[in-house]
Design a protein around this ligand. Structure first.
Ligand SMILES: Cc1cc2nc3c(=O)[nH]c(=O)nc-3n(C[C@H](O)[C@H](O)[C@H](O)COP(=O)(O)O)c2cc1C
Length: 203
């Protein structure tokens, strides 16, 4: 069993989503001790934005690529391979400006690949990643779940992974983190409880 752990917060040791995603992974390892974990820190080791160079690199044979294109092609290939190899993915997704961090979007741009993770058929798009499990650690300063303000955050991630064929998507949520100490403490405590008591209850 291979588990891919993704962090994307820019807040380092003060990050709520980093704390919770690491807890999810520890709980997972306890439930499945043989799990092999691959870790990617998108803030410390940012993936470049999907660009014209990335696109041209994908359409150019290896021998004809220049150095920048070769770099882009290798980054795309290794990022996609890591995702394809994973049986489960734990993604820390803080809300920044009503959506996910740009670093996480750059990762998504490398794994949403036609012919690899989805394809178009005569009947419409088809996701090719069914069978994977995704746990999304969703943190926010305000309260957005089920609100219009949360559409580009949790709803977007659900849509994206659904498009890739993934139906087993769980959210560990700690919202209202900027609403003062009491709300923050309760939100984090509820998330801890969810991780320890509910997340692997069916495992
Ligand atoms: C650049 C930036 C933008 C933010 N934008 C929002 C926002 O639009 N809505 C919100 O509720 N909280 C916002 N926040 C607060 C974060 O969602 C909150 O601090 C949360 O804890 C982030 O998770 P993290 O601690 O893992 O980084 C923002 C924080 C930062 C640093």
């Amino acid at each position: 069993m291979k588990l891919l752990h993704i962090d994307s917060s820019i807040l380092g040791d003060n990050s709520a989503s980093r704390q919770l995603s690491s807890e999810v992974v520890k709980a997972w390892q306890t439930a499945a001790p043989a799990a092999v974990v691959t870790y990617r820190d998108l803030a410390a080791d940012a993936i470049s934005h999907f660009s014209a160079t990335t696109l041209v690199a994908a359409g150019t044979t290896a021998e004809l690529r220049n150095a920048a294109q070769q770099h882009e092609a290798e980054l795309s290939a290794s990022t996609l391979a890591e995702f394809l190899a994973a049986d489960a993915v734990v993604i820390a997704a803080p809300m920044y400006n009503f959506t996910i961090p740009t670093q996480l979007k750059a990762w998504i741009d490398r794994i949403a690949v036609a012919g690899q993770t989805f394809r178009y058929t005569e009947a419409g798009p088809e996701g090719l990643c069914g069978g994977k499990k995704v746990v999304i650690v969703s943190t926010a300063g305000g309260l957005h779940a089920g609100q219009a303000t949360g559409v580009a955050h949790e709803d977007y991630l659900k849509l994206l992974f659904g498009f890739l064929g993934i139906t087993d998507i769980e959210f560990v949520r700690a919202h209202g983190l900027a609403y003062g100490d009491d709300v923050r403490t309760k939100a984090m405590s509820d998330a801890h409880t969810q991780i320890s008591e509910q997340l692997f209850a069916a495992a």
